[in-house]
Design a protein around this ligand. Structure first.
Ligand code: GLA
Length: 512
């Protein structure tokens, strides 16, 4: 395996962040290490780091098996760690005094650590990554750990602070126990680990956090094979800039899971089952809408294609037609109607889809969810195609910017009208962003609050941010300081993925 398959270790944070961010990051790392020493009385041995992400396009389709296109951001989770062989205890502190220090003990190889996901506790995320990593390492006596965490990804904002935390704690646990797993393994561990904390997530966030490269978004494929491809944005004139703006509506994915996130996962799974039944594909047991599509085209003829993109477009367009024909109840299904439609009893349906992650609803919106998933997958494919077809000299930047922006806007409309994962503030903010000059603006992440991402011409970025501050933030939050405002709306470049920072010299801990 090449070096690129493992989390890079560096002694200089210059390798991790863009040049403009280095001074603030030096200060942050220095403060973290000093605080570590003042809490524990000795120095940290290393810092594990994994970033948050902004999803550019492809919302709520990773768990349906379709590719998505996020990029890592420079807001991240750091965990400074020292180890001991004297015990297998884990102490977890946070630089933010809001989060009380926690401590837990490794129980044994089969139980590792208890996580009570009904109690919403910040160290649960640490425990989840720790447990997942140790389950995979199968150690008899793991190292004791002293940890101090510093997170700069806003939480509940749809920028994946929880996955950044879980990935970082998995990596910290791996390094503390002197192991070196591949990035691929770490991603799979972090995806499974996060399910210990109550959401049935798809895998986009952990992949973006661990695998991303600076300067590129990451096209992530989940099925039939997990695969990532860096995608560079077109070099338009003016250049493309992405601005993230936080509605300030906190969307806690875990707390709202039974009526929002986990419910959507179930609705897409039942949609897959219903389509499979109607298309006589039940024997192959497809689980996701992507699997249904692939199976359908193993036996049904397709036009001869000239490119992979064309095949995707033809297939997804056909699936949208089939959804229209075969999912008849536009207004949704009750549990009993759904059971009848898929040919199972209500109990069977419940046991298969709703027992592990409980959900609460009277109506399951199967049709609108399926339309969103297939049409969003189509937009991702088109977005990638526009990026890849415009890597050389660009004749007409305006046209390229319009095409990409339009796809982002259509994604927002679909999230609002078909997936029902937007909210009043997200709708308002995306509208303000478009009026302020964004080519495209949409919610990013799970939705129901959190952040928007807008594609803005770089030469207009400053004016854009000022206008949005005046139109959305200043009227709603008149007491915000300039610093607070800069924390809720900021531009974001694609950033590097996970890193391990090891200080080799106590005299100059920042490399060089
Ligand atoms: C959350 C999940 C992801 C993905 C997004 C929605 O961030 O963790 O797996 O499903 O929501 O696109």
């Amino acid at each position: 395996m090449s070096q690129d398959n493992f989390i890079p270790t560096t002694k200089s944070i210059v390798d991790i962040y863009a040049e403009t961010k280095i001074p603030t990051q030096i200060k942050r790392y220095r403060e973290l290490l000093q605080k570590f020493k003042s809490i524990y009385g000795f120095e940290a041995e290393f810092i594990a780091r994994s970033p948050g992400r902004v999803n550019i396009i492809g919302e709520h389709i990773d768990y349906a098996g379709f590719p998505v296109l996020p990029m890592a951001v420079d807001r991240d989770c750091l965990i400074a760690v020292a180890t001991t062989s004297l015990d297998s205890k884990v102490r977890v502190a946070n630089v933010n005094p809001k989060f009380p220090t926690g401590e837990f003990t490794f129980i044994d190889r089969d139980r590792i650590v208890d996580i009570d996901d009904t109690i919403h506790e910040w160290t649960n995320y640490f425990r989840a990554g720790y447990k997942g990593m140790l389950e995979s390492l199968k150690l008899e006596k793991p190292a004791g750990m002293f940890c101090l965490m510093d997170g700069s990804v806003p939480s509940g904002a749809g920028m994946s602070s929880s996955s950044a935390f879980v990935c970082t704690s998995s990596i910290a646990t791996m390094v503390a126990n002197k192991k070196n797993l591949s990035k691929n393994d770490i991603v799979q561990i972090a995806i499974a680990s996060e399910r210990y904390v109550g959401t049935n997530g798809g895998g986009m966030d952990q992949t973006a956090s661990v695998m991303s490269h600076a300067d590129a978004a990451t096209f992530i494929e989940f099925h039939p094979k997990f695969h990532t491809t860096p995608i560079h944005f077109p070099k338009t004139i003016p250049a493309i800039s992405f601005v993230v703006a936080n509605t300030m509506v906190t969307a806690d994915k875990v707390v709202s899971a039974p009526v929002c996130y986990n419910l959507r996962v179930v609705e897409t799974r039942v949609a897959a089952l219903l389509l499979a039944k109607e298309l006589n594909l039940l024997e192959e047991k497809p689980q996701t809408l992507k699997e249904v599509m692939d199976l359908y085209f193993t036996t049904n003829e397709e036009p001869s294609h000239t490119s992979v993109t064309e095949r995707w477009i033809n297939r997804l367009t056909k699936m949208l037609e089939l959804v229209d024909q075969l999912i008849v109840r536009r207004e949704g299904y009750t549990l009993s109607e759904m059971a009848k439609a898929v040919g199972l009893s209500e109990n069977e349906l419940h046991a298969r889809f709703m027992s592990k992650y409980p959900i609460r609803t009277d109506i399951f919106h199967i049709y609108t969810r399926a339309v969103h998933v297939y049409s969003e997958a189509l937009r991702v494919v088109k977005f990638r195609d526009v990026c890849e077809s415009n890597q050389g000299t660009i004749e007409d930047s305006q046209h390229v910017l319009n095409q990409l922006g339009e796809l982002m806007n259509e994604s927002q409309t679909s999230c609002r009208d078909y997936y029902h994962c937007s909210c009043k503030e997200l709708d308002e903010l995306t509208l303000i962003c478009r009026k302020a000059g964004a080519f495209g603006s949409r919610l990013t992440g799970a939705g129901w609050g959190g952040c928007t991402v807008s594609m803005v011409p770089e030469d207009q970025e400053h004016n854009f941010i000022e206008t949005v501050k005046n139109e959305y933030f200043r009227p709603k939050f008149p007491d915000f300081t300039e610093e607070q405002l800069n924390d809720v709306i900021f531009s974001s470049r694609p950033s590097s993925g996970a890193f391990i920072y090891k200080k080799y010299s106590a005299v100059n801990p920042f490399g060089g």
